[in-house]
Every structure is written in C-alpha cells, then in structure tokens.
Design a protein around this ligand. Structure first.
Ligand SMILES: *Cc1c(COP(=O)(O)O)cnc(C)c1O
Length: 426
C-alpha cells in the first residue's frame, strides 16, 4: 500500500462506497487525455469519463489556462446584487446551443442542486399561480421508475425508491411513478397522466438514457408521445440532462431527439468539461414570468454561496469553446459508429459470454452480466473493476450492468483497447 493510500484510510470517507473491507483506492498522480496515471506510473484508460463528467480529456491545457487567468482576475463574488463576465457569457453561450427558446439560466453547484432547483421552480410556479387566480395548486411530481436525479432530499424524492434512498423512505415526498415507455405500455402511461393531470405540477425525466439506474435506454418517439400528453395537460416538463447533456447520446442534448421541448432543462457533469462543479437550470419565459411580481412572496428564494462561481463559469465557457474547436460532434459520431460495430460483435457473443440486453445510445454502450441478480448490489461490479484495471482500463459497472462512456478525446487505439479488454473479461 502506498503512503497516500494509508493516509487516506485514516481520514477519508469515500462516496457511494461501503467502507468496510473497501479495496484500497488507487492513488492517481495525474491525468492526460483519456489516461489516468497512478503513482507508480501505470496508466489506465478512463472508459467512463470519471463518473460521466469528462469530455475533452484530463487536465486539458486550454481549460487549465482559462481557469488560471480567471483566478487571478476574480475568484468569486456574491451573485445577489453583482454580476460578472463569465456568468453572463456562459448564459449567452448556453442559450445559443440549447435546443429551444430557453430564456433564463439559474446557476447552482452540481447535478443534484440543478434538479432540486428545477423541482422547486415547478412547484412554486403553481403555488405562485394559485395566490393570484385562486386556482387549484398542482403539487405532485411525475417521474419514471428506475430514475436517478441526485442525492439531496428533493432530488432523492423524485428518484426511484432504491437501495440509495431506503434509509430515508419516510422522509421523501410522494411522487407518481410510471414505467419508461414501450410500444406495449404507452397507451396506459398517457392515460395515467390524463387521469392525474389536475394534480401534476411537473414531469421530471432523464431523456433516452437512465444513467445511475443502470444505463437503461428507451425510445425517443415514445418519450415524445409522453411529452405531448404532458403539454396538452399543462404539465411542466423537466429534462434532467445532467448526464445526457453535451453529446453523450450522439446529439448535443438528448432533448433534440424529441419535437416537444422541455420547459426546464438541468445540466451539470459535462458542463465544465469535467473540471469544476457547476449546475445549471435553464427555463423558458413561461416559468420565469410566473416569478416576476410586485408580491415579494413570489420570489424564488433559492441560492448557494458559490452560485455562478466565476472560475467554474470560465471552465464551462472553455469547454464549450473546445466542443466547437475540437469538433467534438464529429468525434462523437465516430465513437458512435465504432460502438455500433462493437455492439454487433457483442450481440453475437451474448449466449456464450453470459451477457444480455446489449444496447447502445450514441457514445454509451451497456449490457448486463447474467451472473447473479440484476441489481446494484451485485458484487460482480468490483471484480470487473479490479480485472479491467489490471489490464489498463477503468470500468465501474453499476451492479451487473457493464457500460462504457468514454471522453471524446479517446484515440482509436485506446477505444479498441477498451473493447478488447471487455471481450477478454467476458
Ligand atoms: C449524476 C446525476 C445527477 C446528480 O448530479 P451530482 O452532480 O452527482 O449531484 C442528477 N441527475 C442525473 C441524470 C445524473 O446522472
């Protein structure tokens, strides 16, 4: 065990990890492109973009330079009563690339806060309506089974009741959960929405891919049908694109696969290219206008000490620069094509290799190992991580769900190595 690992063991509590018998964490000294280097100089291909945040590679010199320059100018300032160039420029840039006419950007700190803000906006939208028109307040949220929207209490409430939330079950607010759409259940789902519509304030969903719930994928046309029903019933649509945003599904935003646009969109993870923690909740004028009032009670009383941190905003602007400069969309297309070839290969192996449900959306590939139960607690995950690390590739399955989600800077040789290691493991 290296010295750092021993020091870590004395003072650190790691996220999403049972600390008893935890494998010693790998001390990483630096990163470059898709590679991570440990203290002994071994390298690992980061095949899951460090929990889905990294787009352009680790320690990207362009983002690093921009962060350094901003840090020397203005590191942080209270964002009530003040503004600054990085916050305004980032909002302008985002509004240009987002799929619809969003009008306002609300900043927070991470993915969980971005969805927390969205849910609060939607609930208060209806609350604000009520006090003017005396209309019945809608106070229920509609969400998908198997969803994940973060770890704060509101975000947990609208997430699937799972091993992640079990200890807090009775503290979570009530939500109407429906399955993700299939050709078989779509009629039933739209009728559930119609039936409860007078109570439903908002529908929150991860478009096309449910990430932490096990990289479950569903059809864009069927999602569009649900969104259409929601629009008809005046339900606010909240697209949680914290994971799917910035190209993961093949388009810049997964919402672009649907005709019906959400009213609110949540971004984080890839927003800063994976360098700084930052959350964005963008909304349309319809939502924003419901808060603009002479009545102080209609104010959105939400904010964080580090709202719109200038260094984080600068990192996000730099990342958007790189998406354009480094032609990320064509790299995404290339990864998509390579993935499809690999998926075909995997599908031929399904029976022999004890895998099932081989699937792909854009740059993401996933499948289940048929060993043990289909659940997050399946211990095959840590076995696969250990074995793949020994072969120079970092994978971190969600239970028995193995997936890859590479940074867009991954080279052809590196991507092929990831595929080879997966085949080797199987
Ligand atoms: C990761 C994730 C979140 C939570 O983001 P954090 O930054 O980890 O708080 C929310 N929604 C989705 C879809 C995610 O994948």
């Amino acid at each position: 065990m290296s010295n750092l690992t021993e020091r870590d063991k004395k003072v650190i509590w790691h996220p999403f990890t049972q600390q008893k018998d935890m494998l010693p964490p790998v001390p990483v000294s630096r990163g470059e492109g898709a590679l991570l280097f440990d203290e002994e100089g071994n390298d690992y291909i980061d095949a899951i973009s460090s929990w889905w945040v990294n787009l352009h590679g680790h320690a990207h010199p362009y983002i690093a330079k921009k962060i350094y320059e901003q840090a020397k100018k203005l590191e942080h300032i209270i964002f009530a009563g003040f503004t600054h160039e990085p916050a305004v420029e980032l909002a302008e840039r985002l509004l240009k690339i987002l799929p619809v006419n969003f009008e306002k950007i609300f900043y927070s700190d991470n993915g969980s806060t971005s969805t927390e803000v969205a849910v609060k906006m939607a609930l208060q939208y209806w609350w604000n309506q009520q006090t003017t028109n005396n209309k019945q307040t809608r106070n229920k949220i509609l969400a998908f089974n198997n969803s994940y929207h973060g770890d704060t209490f509101g975000a947990m409430s609208v997430s699937d009741r799972s091993v992640f939330t079990m200890a807090f079950q009775d503290k979570l607010f009530e939500v109407i959960f429906i399955d993700t759409p299939t050709a078989e259940n779509i009629q039933q789902l739209t009728s559930v929405i119609r039936q409860h519509s007078s109570q439903i304030a908002a529908f929150v969903y991860e478009p096309l891919v449910q990430g932490a719930g096990g990289m479950k994928m569903y059809d864009a046309v069927l999602l569009n049908t649900l969104l259409k029903q929601c629009k008809e019933d005046d339900i606010i649509c909240i697209a949680d694109e914290v994971m799917t945003g910035f190209g993961r599904t093949g388009k810049l935003f997964a919402s672009e696969y649907c005709d019906i646009c959400p009213d609110i969109i949540c971004l984080s993870k890839g927003l800063t290219g994976g360098t700084m923690a930052l959350g964005v909740t963008a909304c349309t004028s319809k939502i924003y206008n419901a808060f603009v009032s002479a009545d102080k009670l209609k104010t959105f009383y939400h904010g964080h000490s580090f709202t719109a941190n200038p260094i984080a905003c600068t990192a996000a602007i730099a990342s958007i620069d790189l998406i354009e400069k480094e032609n990320s969309l064509s790299k995404i297309k290339w990864i998509e094509v390579e993935n499809r070839k690999f998926i075909n290969e995997l599908q031929l192996l399904e029976q022999k290799a004890h895998i099932k449900n081989t699937r792909q959306t854009g740059t993401i590939i996933a499948f289940e190992i048929t060993d043990g139960k289909d659940e997050y607690l399946n211990t095959i995950s840590s076995i696969i991580t250990q074995k793949s690390m020994a072969l120079g590739v970092y994978l971190r399955p969600l239970g028995n769900t193995v997936y890859i989600m590479p940074p867009y800077c991954i080279t052809e040789t590196q991507l092929n190595k990831v595929y080879e290691v997966i085949i080797d493991l199987l």
